[in-house]
Design a protein. Structure first.
Lengths: 411, 209
């Protein structure tokens, strides 16, 4: 079979398989929900003709917890820990996106120091999520070493997260109108030191894949998503940018002071798995750039909004000494922060794409309806289109390149 | 963040029944169900709102009428602005809305989710199955008359159900962080720590060995 060693091309692959003299067999295959390449609990109901996928039907919901229902039954502050469990590979970024949405409803502005802390958090979370995506993708297509490199760096990030938030994984760091606590002394320096040593390691890690013949064979020309399809299916994040659409909310709809930082938005040219991989690699470099600028211009001042006292829990010392603060604290805990009625929608540029919160408030401490627009959910909706006509082994490659997380997809 | 004035004006001159909707941020419009698809198409083709962000619905409580409102969010990848369209469903018991799958394939899963969780049927949708809950699930959990704890349902797999006699039980909500009422039970009974009567103000709390 001459095409075996040629540059991978889906159309010719399908054609050559169809024209072979050997008989293929049609079958239906359930890939997942516990399949290593589905990165969680996703089931793909595949119709196969030999090794070629003729139909792909993703079955979701194995991780559905009813987060939106839960949100309707608890106060705004109480929901922060639940946002950790959306994209559990980058909880800090989800924390930030959620509180900005609520602050929009409450019409709160946070001080510059708080904004800078949030930017550093989001970008560190992005590096951490992309590292995991990279490592897991490496394993999917047969490059184990990348995973080990990536996880060593993630461990360092976890140490930084732990120092900042008290938790390695479920950070719950942001509060409405601020963050839970100021950055510890010397933390910024340690973040800078991390960046310093991270860049050469990132280059080394990416070298393991970028010019790797096996990796290229598995990804170049596989799972091509055109610009039009990417927009039509609502893809966001590196998956959209890999298809050549320079859409990045940090640039196009700046929030939390992103307009103050200089960074580039990498875009792909072909829209294949390799382009999406390259975009993620470059995004990590850009994240380091943003973090360095944020640390260099790190503002002094408060790390929470003074006006947010009615929403943001009062200082513990004051609660214990002042009658008014004690009453206020009691009201916040029992009834929740009093919010104005209204409808707001905010989405932030998370590692996986645009994570949006649509909040309908009738006033009071509890949202009437909160819809979570999850990027992984939208990104997966293109699977039936992009998997069709590919080999089963390419489905693994495509799944890895879409870099989704089911906690967020199923909510 | 206000609407480009021409969008509001143009939309309202083309569709006279469109009214402005109160919104905390982006321009928002109330659109009658019969004109939603035409309005979405108009916004997409004439005003470059080419990106369908989200489709969802709101249940305004079991006694409200109109009870369900379907919400569309669009984004423009060239002008970088959002727009929100809202349309009330005529029926409170069997809500229906028109499908946008012909305009954006992305609408497919959003509409399936809205149907699954809120029971809004999208007319002419090519594949209106449940997406998060399983196909046989009898309720629409995000409706306001659906309790937070859930309702007992037969197991997904009838064979397993017959063999084990098990079923999907409501979640035990007592003592949880929820604002919703924890049911009939007295809070003192619900909170195990409150039942500890081995110590009072006059009697010292026993120290465990």
């Amino acid at each position: 079979m001459a095409t075996e060693f040629a540059f991978p091309d889906n159309a010719s692959k399908a054609e050559s398989a169809a024209s072979q003299e050997f008989q293929t067999e049609k079958m239906s295959l359930a890939m997942g929900p516990s399949h290593p390449s589905t990165h969680g609990v996703l089931r793909l109901q595949l119709d196969l003709d030999g090794e070629i996928v003729t139909k792909c039907d993703p079955i979701l919901g194995y991780l559905h917890r009813g987060d939106e229902k839960i949100a309707e039954n608890m106060t705004y502050n109480q929901f922060v820990p639940y946002t950790d469990r959306l994209d559990y590979l980058a909880p800090l970024a989800s924390n930030v996106a959620y509180v900005i949405a609520v602050e929009k409803l409450a019409k709160l502005e946070v001080p510059e120091r708080c904004q800078a802390i949030r930017v550093i958090c989001t970008e560190l979370a992005r590096i951490s999520a992309h590292l995991l995506g990279l490592g897991a993708y490496g394993i999917d297509v047969g490059a184990w070493a990348v995973f080990l490199y990536a996880f060593e760096e993630r461990e360092k990030l976890y140490k930084l997260f732990e120092e900042l938030t008290g938790a390695r994984f479920t950070t719950s760091y942001t509060r409405i109108g601020g963050v839970a606590r100021d950055v510890p002394e010397g933390w910024n320096g340690r973040v800078e030191a991390f960046c310093e040593q991270f860049l050469p390691i990132l280059e080394e890690t990416l070298t393991l894949l970028t010019r790797n013949k096996i990796f290229q064979d598995r990804t170049v020309g596989v799972g091509i998503i055109s610009k039009q399809d990417a927009i039509a299916y609502g893809l966001t994040g590196p998956n959209l940018r890999g298809s050549g659409v320079a859409f990045d909310l940090r640039k196009d709809k700046p929030y939390s002071g992103y307009d103050k930082y200089e960074f580039d938005v990498p875009v792909g040219s072909k829209g294949d798995c390799f382009d999406r991989y390259l975009c993620r690699g470059e995004e990590m470099r850009q994240s380091v750039r943003i973090i360095r600028q944020a640390i260099k211009t790190f503002p002094s001042g408060k790390w929470y909004n003074e006006e947010a006292k009615k929403i943001f829990a009062p200082q513990k010392a004051k609660v214990l000494t002042s009658m008014e603060e004690l009453i206020n604290n009691f009201m916040i805990v029992t009834e929740g922060p009093q919010m104005p009625a209204g409808e707001v929608y905010f989405e932030g540029e998370n590692p996986k794409g645009a994570l949006g919160f649509f909040i309908v408030s009738k006033g009071g401490g509890v949202p009437w309806r909160m819809k979570i627009r999850s990027p992984s959910f939208c990104n997966l909706s293109i699977l039936p289109l992009v998997c069709k006509g590919n080999l089963v082994s390419d489905v693994v490659s495509i799944l890895g390149s879409l870099d989704f997380v089911m906690g967020e997809c199923d909510r | 963040m206000t609407a480009p004035a021409d969008v509001t004006a143009a939309l309202q001159s083309k569709f006279p029944q469109v009214t402005s909707r109160p919104s905390g941020d982006h321009p928002a419009f109330n659109v009658p169900a019969s004109e939603v698809i035409a309005a979405l198409k108009y916004l997409r083709d004439e005003f470059a709102y080419d990106f369908l962000v989200d489709i969802t619905a709101v249940d305004w409580s079991a006694d409200a009428s109109p009870r369900f409102t379907v919400i569309w969010h669009l984004f423009s990848t060239t002008n970088h602005g959002y727009v929100r369209l809202a349309s009330d469903c005529a029926s409170d018991t069997e809500p229906v809305a028109p499908t946008a799958t012909d305009l954006w394939p992305a609408a497919n899963w959003h509409e399936r989710e809205t149907y699954d969780l809120l029971g809004v049927k999208f007319e002419k949708h090519p594949d209106l199955r449940r997406i998060l809950m399983w196909d046989e699930y009898p309720y629409h959990p995000l409706r306001k008359d659906f309790p937070l704890a859930g309702i007992e349902v037969p197991l997904h797999d009838p064979e397993v159900a017959a063999l084990t006699g098990a079923s999907g039980k409501p979640a035990p909500m007592m003592g949880g962080p929820f604002v919703a009422s924890s049911g009939e039970m007295n809070l003192t009974d619900a909170e195990p720590r409150a039942k500890d009567e081995s110590w009072t103000e006059s009697q010292v709390k026993p120290v465990s060995e």
